[in-house]
Every structure is written in structure tokens, then in C-alpha cells.
Design a protein around this ligand. Structure first.
Ligand SMILES: [Zn+2]
Ligand SMILES: [Zn+2]
Length: 152
């Protein structure tokens, strides 16, 4: 599918629908991420303000990397990352271990629960189609029903 890059606005093709950035900006982001990672490696416990000062990395960008599990919060860091489900402290990603497990289970249940409903929708669509065709038939039959009615 075609998308516009959230960074530079350029239109790019994203076949798997997994990126929000164009290849160029993605490249830039990777380069930046590598630099930030190097910096974090040699300067553990750095602050967001420092990252902004050094690399012009915004809070939004840092949070994105954390949620995407590209970087981790070091113990005692000023950056607080919490589980989006239960609010407990985590170092990377969106959810804590417990919630990840629960979500994986729920997803399974959800998929199972959704399955029959999708089938039902499909079924009702088929029924609707038949009704339309049936009523069209009916109308057509009615139009020339009189001459045939006696003979049947
Ligand atoms: Zn771009
Ligand atoms: Zn949690």
C-alpha cells in the first residue's frame, strides 16, 4: 500500500504495512539509533535532556524506540516506562511479562471468539444476496405471471 512518511511526508510503498517512515527516513533513524545506543552504552543512566542536547532526539522518539524494544531503560534511569496494561515499571516494550502472557492468551481467545462472528456475517451476506435475487425473481415472475398462471 502507499503511505506518506510521518517524518518528511514523502509517499512511499509499504507492502507489509509495517512502517510509518519512508526508506530514507528509516535509514536516518537507524543511523541515529545506532549513535544513541553507542552513547547509552558508554553513558548508562543518561537523561532525556542529554539525548536531546546530543542528538536532538525527542521524547516521542525515545518512547517509540522503547516501545519498539529497540532500546532499554537502565535501572535508576530518569525515563519512566510503564506497562500499558497494568502500569507496573518495565524496561522496554509495551507490557510487562505478566501482561504479555495474558495478552497472548487473550488474543487466542479473542480470535476464537471472533471466528464464528465472521462466519455469521458472511452467512448473512449470502442470505441478503439470495433475498435480493429472490425478490427480483419474484418481480420478474409477477410481470409475466398472468399469462402463465392459468397454464400451470
Ligand atoms: Zn521520509
Ligand atoms: Zn503489566
Amino acid at each position: 500500500m502507499l503511505k506518506s512518511c510521518t517524518q518528511c511526508g514523502k509517499i512511499f510503498e509499504d507492502l507489509l504495512d509495517k512502517y510509518s517512515l519512508c526508506p530514507n527516513c528509516r535509514q536516518d533513524e537507524e543511523t541515529l539509533l545506532r549513535k544513541v545506543k553507542d552513547y547509552l552504552w558508554t553513558n548508562p543512566g543518561t537523561t532525556e535532556a542529554k539525548l536531546w542536547e546530543m542528538f536532538g532526539v525527542s521524547h516521542k522518539q525515545i518512547m517509540k524506540w522503547l516501545r519498539d524494544q529497540r532500546i532499554e531503560v537502565t535501572p535508576g534511569s530518569a525515563i519512566k516506562l510503564t506497562c500499558q496494561r497494568c502500569g507496573s515499571m518495565i524496561t522496554t516494550g509495551k507490557y510487562c511479562k505478566d501482561c504479555n502472557t495474558k495478552i497472548a492468551n487473550n488474543l487466542h481467545e479473542l480470535q476464537a471468539a471472533l471466528m464464528p462472528r465472521e462466519e455469521r456475517n458472511l452467512f448473512s451476506m449470502v442470505i441478503d444476496k439470495n433475498i435480493t435475487e429472490g425478490s427480483m425473481h419474484f418481480l420478474q415472475n409477477r410481470k409475466d405471471s398472468k399469462p402463465h398462471k392459468e397454464s400451470q
